[in-house]
Write a protein that binds this ligand. Sequence first.
Ligand code: C2E
Ligand code: MG
Ligand code: MG
Length: 296
Amino acid sequence: MKNADTAMSIAKRQDNTYRFFTQDMDTEARLRHDLEIELRSALNTQQFVLYYQPIYDPFSGIQLSTEALVRWIHPEKGLIPPDHFIPLAEETQLIVPLGSQILFQACKDAANWPENEGIQPSVAVNISSQQLYRSDIIQTVKYALEISGLPPERLDLEITESVLLSDDTAVMDTLQAIRKLGVGISIDDFGTGYSSLSYLKKFPVTKLKIDRSFIADITEDTDDRTLVQAILAMAKGMGLTVVAEGVEDAEQLEFLREHRCDLVQGYFFSRPIPNEELHELLDLSFEISEAEDSEK
Ligand code: C2E
Ligand code: MG
Ligand code: MG
């Protein structure tokens, strides 16, 4: 019965299918179970930390925004990247308390960032669909802003396209309420979801983040160039700000500048770094021309 149950839970995670039990499933189920227990205890012992990746204006080189990216600092295993635990946190709903912790920490850190050229960068926080469906995200956002003192204009919430595809009026109301607070809403990994663009009209979106898979090939692949140009033109027409994710070299940056992309993020400028390191970096603008020269 236990084995049948294991096979069933795996079948449930994949759509519309059945599975026969195998020994590997048992091992996998045990590993997941252990990870879930570790995840719960990590939440209570502050093992999650936020790294920050700067987002720059590609023309002035000034850091206008920053993305908060969670890391699990495991006492034995060391740094665990989000891809290894966010999916399980989502399945087990642990993403709700974890997501709140992240939001509070990000607002608190951002409220203390120094100014550079009179600008304090805003902070973008990734929000999982579970947080929108199964928690009082509006209250959490309000409270995080209140106790940190962060102005709402300096907070963006990043959601994925799939959240907007469900025709759920509750999600629509939630996003409207968040926008009313003055908080921005970005579509993360834009272009990788489904092709329906009608949601851009319906929902109060402020920014599009072009997925890094399109940016990776813009200098070689004509289709990707065309797609990126089209996204930029569409966003401009709709009054949306565009961020290019995953900029890794000077050529990509040049293309994005040529086509008037608003903001750029990627390893070319900086990897995600701990908050203390970000403080040091905030005193500097990114020298676009110098970086281009050093690449050549
Ligand atoms: P994302 O939100 O699309 O974040 C961008 C990811 O791209 C980050 O990976 C970042 O390190 C990586 N990246 C940035 N620039 C470059 C580049 O130039 N080249 C390459 N190859 N990669 C680049 P990371 O930190 O491993 O995060 C992966 C994903 O995990 C995130 O994708 C997001 O979906 C999720 N995630 C991270 N932090 C959180 C969080 O606090 N809450 C939730 N719900 N999800 C999170
Ligand atoms: Mg993101
Ligand atoms: Mg992304």
